[in-house]
Write a protein that binds this ligand. Structure first.
Ligand SMILES: [Zn+2]
Length: 139
């Protein structure tokens, strides 16, 4: 039997088309028999998202999409680890954080240098265009 996909009509009028459950014409999320489970799952998903946002605020965590964000995470983890009782795993974690921090500093430094070189290259291109627009007529 070919799975035709979920036949639930979405608010935009298109069919859901997620894989239908075995022997059914709808997917897990659109099965009326599972409406209660789905509602629980959605409620839990909302709770997890709110909890994640609260924890992010408490720890001043802005995500891992920038070097600054990663550095902030490392600093927080290092501080929390410092507060633990001295042990070999604690010291390994701190050494690992130091190595990670050094790498982030190196990458940040390279990023700055590349930006400076790109700005220099663009300035030279702009300068060459100006020369082409107003050619030097003196010879
Ligand atoms: Zn569906």
């Amino acid at each position: 039997m070919v799975n035709r996909g979920c036949s639930f009509e979405m608010p935009d009028g298109l069919l859901c088309q997620a894989p239908a459950m075995r022997g059914k014409t709808v997917c897990y999320w659109h099965d009326p028999e599972r409406a209660e489970d789905v509602a629980d799952a959605r409620r839990l998903g909302g709770l997890h998202r709110r909890k994640a946002a609260s924890v992010a605020t408490i720890y001043d965590f802005a995500g891992l999409r920038s070097i600054e964000g990663a550095q902030r995470l490392l600093e927080t983890a290092a501080l929390e680890t410092f507060a633990l009782e001295n042990s070999v795993p604690r010291n390994r974690t701190l050494i690992s954080a130091a190595a990670g921090a050094a790498k982030l500093i190196e990458v940040g430094d390279h990023e700055e240098r590349i930006r400076a070189l790109e700005a220099l290259g663009q300035a030279r291109i702009d300068s060459a265009k100006d020369t082409a627009t107003f050619p030097d007529t003196g010879s």
